[in-house]
Design a protein around this ligand. Structure first.
Ligand code: PMP
Length: 402
């Protein structure tokens, strides 16, 4: 008899479970729209050219070794990551008000940030958009931020932003609550505020002295433009707010499995920032001691070599462009097939995902009858789609919604 004889079976992961089911399906028509990773038009994973070049440089460097990084990771990586998010000329950077530490991709950065807040921030309430990336719901309470609340975000009637609801919920939040904001390409809805709406959100955050925690998992991947996708972060930083930021290079550099990301805490002075950084070390050391070298070294090569940087921007535009193109082709196919209802949201939404606005039952029909795999909330990964499959998908949607 095992010590764990009676251990209950854990629930399957809502997203990874979709891929499991997909793998088991023998149908040649099957499409996997569950994955949160970029695929080429041929449905293959993509390693960016700049990443291959950077890796060659790293491997060939005579000084390269496998020593430990410091607790906060690769210093050059941290510096370049902060500049990428806030902009070269940001007062945050100029004044040394950012404590930026390397962590394990977006997830690890969020977790380190949440642990830091649990220990060094008095308000243990966090507001998450409804809906949000499911992992947010676990990361905060497990780190010690126990009071998890939702603010209105997606409006089913318009399949767009519930701006009024969002502002009302921020205004009625407890003073000083932490508020998680998706910097761009909101997951799972693909719905982002306009720049005018971001200014309204900033005002509500300032009124209630909320503490913004930006989750930036898609900079450059959403619009194809690194500056544009950082606009919300920069708006808040330039307004002088203290805030947190979790960055991921999973999507924009295709470094998913390398687990490379950064957490930044912005404060009001360089002096406070130094002490904050000393406490971030206290969080990291007993958690994973120090982060891995390789992914961060790749990012440093790409961001610091002007030729690689320029090439990266082009590759980013290519990935974002293919996704935007898929949105157009899917909308076209939905119209041609004559699917009832309006589907313009498919092209208005941005980033990796589109929230179709179909019911669980309709998702079931799409999967069981048509071998189209997606999460139960009706989210499809646009990156998993290709031109040759738009018509098939539109017909599956048509059958499901009628
Ligand atoms: N936040 C959001 C909103 C995401 O969509 C993702 C990726 N699915 C992440 C964070 C973190 O991903 P990773 O840990 O792979 O960087």
């Amino acid at each position: 008899r095992s010590i764990w004889q009676d251990i209950p079976q854990g629930p399957p992961d809502a997203i990874l479970g979709v891929s499991e089911a997909f793998k088991k399906d023998p149908s040649p028509d099957k499409i996997n729209l569950g994955v949160g990773a970029y695929r080429t038009e041929e449905g293959k994973p993509l390693v960016l050219n700049v990443v291959r070049k950077a890796e060659q440089k790293i491997i060939n460097s005579p000084t390269e070794n496998k020593e430990y990084l410091g607790i906060t990771g690769n210093p050059k990586f941290n510096e370049l990551s902060a500049k990428l998010a806030f902009g070269e000329s940001s007062s945050v950077i100029r004044e040394g008000r950012n404590a930026t530490v390397q962590a394990l991709s977006g997830t690890g950065s969020l977790r380190v940030g949440a642990e830091f807040l649990a220990q060094h921030y008095p308000v243990h309430t966090v507001l998450l958009p409804n809906p949000t990336w499911a992992n947010h719901n676990k990361i905060f309470p497990l780190a010690g931020i126990k009071d998890v609340r939702k603010y209105r975000y997606f409006k089913p009637a318009t399949k767009g932003l519930d701006y009024e609801g969002m502002i009302q919920d921020l205004q009625s939040a407890p003073e000083g609550a932490i508020v998680v904001l998706h910097a761009c390409a909101h997951n799972p809805t693909g719905v982002d505020p306009t720049s005018e709406q971001w200014r309204g959100i900033l005002k509500a955050v300032q009124q209630k002295r909320l503490l913004p925690f930006f989750d930036s998992a898609y900079q450059g991947f959403a619009s194809g433009d690194l500056e544009r996708d950082a606009a919300a972060i920069r708006l808040f930083a330039d307004a002088g707010l203290e805030l947190l930021l979790a960055q991921s290079y999973a999507k924009n550099m295709g470094l998913y499995g390398e687990r490379v990301g950064a957490l930044t805490v912005v404060t009001r002075s360089a002096e406070v920032t130094n002490r904050v950084e000393s406490q971030l070390k206290q969080v990291i050391r007993p958690m994973f001691s120090n982060p891995p070298r390789h992914g961060a070294a790749i990012v440093v090569e790409v961001l610091s070599d002007p030729r690689l940087y320029a090439e990266w921007r082009e590759e980013l535009k290519g990935m974002a462009g293919r996704i935007i193109e898929m949105r157009k082709q899917l909308l076209q196919a939905l119209k041609e097939v004559g699917v009832p209802g309006t589907w313009d949201h498919v092209v208005h939404q941005i980033g990796m995902f589109s929230f179709l606005g179909v019911s669980k039952e309709q998702v079931r029909v799409m999967t069981e009858k048509h071998h189209v795999y997606l999460t139960q909330d009706g989210r499809i990964s646009m990156a998993g789609l290709s031109s040759s499959k738009c018509r098939y998908l539109a017909e599956a949607i048509n059958d499901a919604v009628r």
